[in-house]
Ligand binder design. Structure first.
Ligand code: SAH
Ligand code: AVI
Length: 332
């Protein structure tokens, strides 16, 4: 994924301000320091995420794939003939493949991802396996308005697919906003299939985000490499360390990059001061009960249709239908 606004020179030299630059600099000047997790996914970050999904400690992908394989026929019954499947944050597409096989009634598949490189590569590999299906990738930030391809707009119904527990990377109020936004975009009669990680013992969660091979640490630190490259940063990666832990009060795993010493770092022409031990909060990964996600979705205009879990209750897939009632307005 490239920064959404691309220039031929590095941004810090071009004099042009991008959303990436202002989000990063704004987040690093804030207290506590933070950078939105969507910026992990440049090309390297997307490949590192794929390696994470293969790690013995990272259970979510295997659990979700298993549920999808076991329940594909049931889930596919919720997809009306001639529907368009819109996947938010499609990455490697491999979960969609299971649904696409089980739902030959689909007219088209629209993978949406912020990482354009990954998206195009995956679409090229998918098309020969589904010759009857229109595969129409869209590079976009799904938190913002974007246009669906005309074939998806013209489809009988639009079905959203949001696997991977990527919904957990939003703050709960952002998740509610996303669900309202998805309802507006998918329109009348829409369905939504969401994969969400469930609350479980802290040891399992801490191991999943602190793998022995250090791939999650590389994924986290790659954010600094990306900032150095695209925003003329001078982060010394050896002076930062990956920290991840389950915050039980908030039901979320937090990932941080901790400064190992007092230091100054330049980013896009700004100087950022770090105290020894100060962290950049790079990701939260909220864990939901089925009831809590159901309540969040109901408040955003979605009615639960079904929920499926694995034998250990580690992960859930939940399906919803858009109601006619206007969603509850967020407070404030
Ligand atoms: N769906 C895949 C990938 C999950 S990783 C799976 O379940 O394994 C999260 C994916 O969402 C990445 O491919 C990332 O590039 C994408 N993503 C994260 N934030 C995004 C955003 N704001 N807009 C679009 N894509 C986003
Ligand atoms: C994509 N997202 C749901 C992953 C997660 O588990 O929160 C990203 C990730 N971060 C560290 N490991 C994986």
């Amino acid at each position: 994924m490239a920064a959404l606004a691309r220039t031929s020179r590095p941004l810090h030299e071009s004099g042009e301000e991008s959303v990436f630059a202002s989000d990063v600099v704004g987040g690093l000047l804030a207290t506590p320091k933070r950078v939105p997790p969507k910026y992990f996914y440049d090309e390297t970050g997307s490949h590192l995420f794929d390696r994470i999904t293969e790690l013995p400690e990272y259970y979510p992908t295997r659990c979700e794939m298993r549920i999808l394989e076991e329940q594909a026929a049931e889930i596919a019954k919720l997809i009306p003939p001639g529907a368009a499947l819109i996947e938010f944050g499609s990455g490697s597409n491999r979960k969609a493949r299971i649904l696409l096989k089980a739902a030959p009634q689909l007219a088209c598949y629209v993978p949406v991802d912020i990482c354009g490189e990954m998206l195009e590569q995956e679409a090229v590999e998918l098309r020969p396996d589904f010759p009857q299906l229109k595969v129409l990738p869209v590079t976009a930030d799904f938190t913002q308005d974007f246009d669906l391809p005309p074939e998806a707009k013209a489809a009988a119904v639009r079905v959203g697919f949001f696997p991977g527990s990527t919904i957990g990377n939003f703050e709960p109020h952002e998740a509610a906003a996303f669900l309202r936004h998805a309802g507006k975009m998918l329109g009348p009669g829409a369905r939504l299939i969401i994969g969400a990680d469930l609350i479980k013992p802290a040891e399992v969660l801490n191991a999943a985000y602190n793998d022995k091979a250090g791939v999650t640490a590389q994924f986290n630190l790659n954010l600094l490499t990306r900032i150095n490259r695209e925003l003329g940063g001078n982060f010394n990666l050896a002076a930062f360390e990956h920290h991840a832990f389950f915050n039980r009060e908030r039901n979320r795993v937090e990932m941080h990059l901790a400064s190992l010493k007092r230091q100054k770092v330049k980013v896009n022409g700004e100087t950022i001061d770090f105290r020894a031990g100060e962290t950049i909060h790079t990701e939260s990964s909220y864990k939901y009960s089925i009831e809590k996600l159901g309540a969040l979705a109901r408040g955003a205009g979605w009615r639960p249709l079904g929920a499926w879990t694995d034998a250990r209750n580690y992960f859930s897939i939940q399906a919803f239908e858009l109601t006619d009632e206007p969603p509850v307005r967020a407070a404030g």
